[in-house]
Design a protein around this ligand. Structure first.
Ligand code: 13P
Ligand code: SF4
Length: 382
């Protein structure tokens, strides 16, 4: 459901979209209108004390972020979970692949909870394990697998991370994709980049200086990825045909429209945006770097930001001396991030208080072992 904002400037505006929510626990979930929810969350949180760590991704709703012990991007939160060996329960307010990464990096004694199991990621879902392994088999038949290094974005399932670990590859995030791809090209001749074609293309062309023609797109729904054998053999970068349904929406028209309307505006976008958008932007950065850029920006400066709306609204609220606008005129929350709301958080916390662990995310040990190899390769990147 998208609703047109009458104006771009988001300061002080409240949306009525927060009622759109997946309910995976009918019967036990508190009513969203329950006026005692904040108090219930605070009481349960206090009772759980140090046994529980609440992690909140930057794209979460304010009502959830308020209860987070640590906020961050997916990488920072995974590390935070790993560093807090004393926390018995990690309540992960984010999406499924992030909770999986936290489970992979924490000790077997720690349990990771995702307050709503329906909080997935459409990009991660675009690469199924069998599809990726089928593609790799074709690379083997063509004799290119030995010189191809898989580089897999954090936004992927544990199974794809395990495939990456098994085949000599590394995980990357939006902040270290360049380093990961340079490392891959030092250790091989080609990169198989999964699952975000935009991050892969933007990094290859705008950071590594490769040509657009060095990249081909592997479409998992087509025979041979929709490519000829020669195209596969000739490509330096084979990009999986996946994208973010939020960042992929921003267009070059959005950039032109904002530039024409807002004087001296600087365009700041996430590298999951399309190549044309990233090329036309003034600053490109990961979630953490978008936050740092705005925090460091001079008072009175004007920014149009192309990333998730909860974060843009929060940046606007926390930086009242700077003019923060949203790059698109239509509301663009990540609907799966938004599934974690106060009723789900209260349900998860109160269940823990009663000794019941709901919605635990547990990656099978075999998968976790291989995925850990790929994650550790990323941590060891120069
Ligand atoms: P980060 O890795 O920056 O947290 O990004 C997560 C995400 O979902 C971006 O769309
Ligand atoms: Fe996935 Fe995009 Fe949502 Fe991030 S913003 S969780 S990549 S759908």
């Amino acid at each position: 459901m998208a609703k047109v904002l009458s104006e771009l400037h988001l300061l002080g505006r409240e949306s009525d979209l927060s009622s759109e929510r997946g309910v995976s626990c009918t019967g036990e979930l508190p009513e969203p209108s329950d006026p005692t929810l904040v108090e219930r969350a605070a009481t349960a949180r206090e009772k759980l004390g140090k046994r529980t760590l609440i992690l909140g991704h930057h794209y979460q709703r304010d009502e959830v972020i308020e209860f987070a012990d640590i906020t961050g991007d997916s990488f920072k939160l995974a590390r935070a979970a790993a560093d807090r060996g004393d926390s018995e329960f990690i309540v992960f307010c984010g999406v499924h692949f992030m909770a999986e990464s936290a489970d992979i990096l924490t000790s077997p004694k720690q349990q990771v909870v995702l307050p709503d199991l329906a909080a997935g990621c459409s990009m991660a879902d675009m690469a199924a394990s069998n599809q990726v392994r089928d593609a790799w088999e074709i690379f083997e038949k063509l004799g290119i697998s030995r010189k191809t290094i898989p580089i897999t974005y954090m936004n992927s399932s544990a199974a794809i991370k395990a495939f990456t670990g098994e085949n000599g590859g590394s995980i990357c995030t939006s902040s270290n994709a360049e380093r990961a791809m340079r490392w891959a090209l030092e250790n091989g001749e080609k990169i198989f980049f999964l699952p975000d074609q935009h991050l892969g293309r933007n990094t290859a062309v705008l950071r590594l200086g490769l040509n657009l023609t060095d990249c081909v797109v592997w479409n998992p729904w087509k025979n041979n990825g929709g490519l000829t054998d020669d195209e596969i053999r000739g490509a330096k970068i084979i990009l999986w045909r996946g994208h973010c349904s939020v960042h992929g929406r921003f267009t070059l028209e959005n950039v032109k429209e904002v530039r024409a309307r807002v004087p001296s505006v600087q365009i700041l976008v996430h590298p999951e945006c399309q190549y044309e958008v990233v090329s036309a932007a003034d600053v490109v950065g990961s979630t953490e770097s978008i936050i740092k850029t705005i925090e460091a920006a001079p008072q009175g400066s004007s920014w149009a930001i192309g990333t998730e709306l909860n974060l843009v609204k929060r940046l606007a609220r926390d930086n009242p001396g700077k003019k923060i606008t949203f790059l698109d005129r239509t509301i663009c929350y990540c609907s799966t991030m938004n599934r974690i709301d106060l009723p789900h958080l209260v349900w998860a916390l109160e269940s823990l208080v009663r000794g019941k662990v709901i919605n635990q995310i547990k990656v099978p040990e075999k998968t976790a072992k291989e995925a850990r190899v790929a994650l550790e390769r990323m941590l060891a990147l120069p």
